[in-house]
Design a protein around this ligand. Structure first.
Ligand SMILES: Cc1cc2nc3c(=O)[nH]c(=O)nc-3n(C[C@H](O)[C@H](O)[C@H](O)COP(=O)(O)OP(=O)(O)OC[C@H]3O[C@@H](n4cnc5c(N)ncnc54)[C@H](O)[C@@H]3O)c2cc1C
Length: 465
């Protein structure tokens, strides 16, 4: 008997083709290693540009981070915009940001083709868990002025009227963003690769490669693919096929839970159908899927699935929405993201005929689509826009020490979030107490005219004296 799929997406996936293992040597123009969103966007864009493509996938299509993600698709990168500007300057950062927006457009265009099960929903709300009206307005103004991206600030009252929780203050609404079923997105891309003449082999892990000759090869346990160009898109699992790349990726685990159906009380609590996330360093992100709630959060360099993940998600949901009392989490899973030290994707040519597209971190839906366009147009048309990513090259991720450092950074971020939130709640309580005191004083004065007259008379007497 089949066991229950570990992700909600796998349990509800669109029909998928059976794909063979690689058992015989094949020749091709481009071999793409990795059948996640990065590899598939690249392969699809290459076949559309008339290239002969073979994709090797170690497991099943979308079985890595891509088919396990939150499905939020919005502009930007895993690295903050301010840090990108600090590293490469404003004009360069602006060009990168525009490319990341084009990534969102590629996803939207694919959705418009009508593949099954993509379930797109427009919009994203980034909510503050501390009161900072001027800060959020400044952020919106800067985005509009310097990056031409208009987002709308929602005041606290509107946020709380929409999301019925006292935890949130103001929010930034991004109407350009969307969310999508990420596994079905990967399956739709794979179907297009094949209908365009590309070949995909599943359960065919690349375990070795010779990248020196004009004609290169990649070997699986069973056979070899010989190709002029090889694109490595294996994310954090790339391993011995390309150790040079594996050393530069820090694997970071994150988790998602999907509740059992919640009925009407879900939409009473959450009156917004797009993606919602908070802006803490260690943030929660969630969205409604049907009548269930999909909830993601927490990052760690410990890659195993935590025990009692379902229960910890239920607790976290109730911390924000206590009215969902009785919520149970039916699916909970862990996925591994790949991060570079600079938190930007590694995209481009390492040496003639050897390409990489990896380290998309927690912002892979738009950026993998963008990488598909950049790498395929570079291979097929000598487009050199990928060079914008040269400042974000391969940097050693620090091995075990790097993983320990990342853990410490995440913990201290979570502690700073906690302090900020406590401070915001204390300030809100003090403001409310002051307002209550002022209202009480006004009430006393209204209800005690005699006392006011007396006080007035006494003051007049005092003035005479
Ligand atoms: C829980 C979770 C939530 C996320 N939420 C979001 C979100 O809401 N929005 C967003 O934008 N991003 C999100 N992300 C990040 C996003 O999913 C990733 O950045 C993106 O999917 C990376 O795509 P990829 O193709 O590089 O990697 P993967 O999807 O991991 O694909 C790599 C593939 O390569 C294969 N492979 C590896 N080595 C080999 C080899 N040697 N030979 C053959 N095949 C190999 C793997 O089996 C795998 O299928 C999330 C990630 C996780 C884990």
């Amino acid at each position: 008997m089949d066991s229950k799929p570990d992700t909600f997406y796998a349990a509800t996936a669109a029909p998928r083709a059976a794909r063979p293992r690689l058992t015989l040597d094949v020749d091709t123009g481009v071999c793409v290693v990795g059948g996640g969103l990065a590899g598939l966007w690249i392969a699809r864009a290459l076949v559309k540009r008339g290239q002969d493509v073979v994709v090797l996938e170690a497991g099943r299509i979308g079985g890595g981070a891509s088919g396990r993600s939150g499905g939020f698709c919005s502009a930007g990168f895993a690295q903050e915009l301010g840090a990108i500007v600090a590293r490469v300057g404003y004009h360069h950062a602006r060009a990168l940001y525009q490319l990341s927006r084009e990534g969102v457009d590629h996803v939207r265009a694919l959705i418009a083709e009508g593949s099954p099960g993509l379930d797109p929903v427009a919009g994203r709300l980034s909510v503050l868990r501390r009161d900072d009206e001027s800060g959020i307005k400044r952020a919106a103004d800067d985005l509009a002025e310097y990056f031409d991206h208009v987002m709308v600030v929602w005041p606290t009252e509107r946020v709380r009227a929409t999301l019925k929780t006292e935890r949130y203050y103001q929010a930034l609404h991004d109407a350009d963003a969307l969310s999508v079923n990420p596994l079905n997105l990967a399956l739709a891309l794979a179907a297009e690769v094949e209908s365009g003449g590309g070949r995909i082999y599943e359960e065919s892990a690349a375990i070795a490669a010779d990248l020196d000759g004009v004609r290169k090869w990649v070997a699986t346990g069973g056979a070899r693919v010989r190709a002029h160009q090889i694109v490595f898109c294996g994310n954090a699992a790339i391993g011995p096929a390309f150790p040079e790349l594996a050393r530069c990726i820090l694997p970071v685990a994150t988790h998602i839970g999907v509740t059992a159906p919640l009925g009407d009380k879900l939409k009473e609590a959450i009156g917004y159908s797009g993606g919602i996330s908070d802006t803490r360093r260690a943030f929660d992100y969630y969205r409604i899927v049907g009548d269930r709630l999909l909830w993601g959060g927490s990052m760690t360099t410990r890659l195993q699935r935590p025990r009692r993940l379902e229960r910890s998600f239920a607790r976290e949901i109730l911390r924000i929405y206590p009215q969902l009392e009785g919520v149970s989490v039916e699916y909970a899973w862990t996925g591994v993201m790949g991060y570079a030290v600079h938190r930007m994707p590694q995209i481009g040519m390492l040496r003639p005929g050897v390409w990489i597209a990896s380290a998309f971190g927690g912002q892979g839906i738009n950026t993998t689509a963008m990488a598909g366009d950049l790498i395929s147009s570079a291979i097929a048309e000598n487009d050199d826009r990928w060079r914008l990513f040269i400042p974000f090259g391969l940097v050693w991720a620090g091995g075990a020490l790097g993983r320990a450092a990342a853990r410490v950074i995440y913990w201290s971020a979570a502690v700073r979030d906690w302090i900020d939130e406590k401070r915001a709640k204390r300030n809100e309580r003090r403001r409310k107490e002051a307002a209550d005191r002022a209202a009480e004083q006004a009430r006393i004065e209204r209800l005690s005219p005699a006392k006011s007259v007396e006080t007035g008379a006494a003051a007049a007497e005092a003035r005479k004296e």
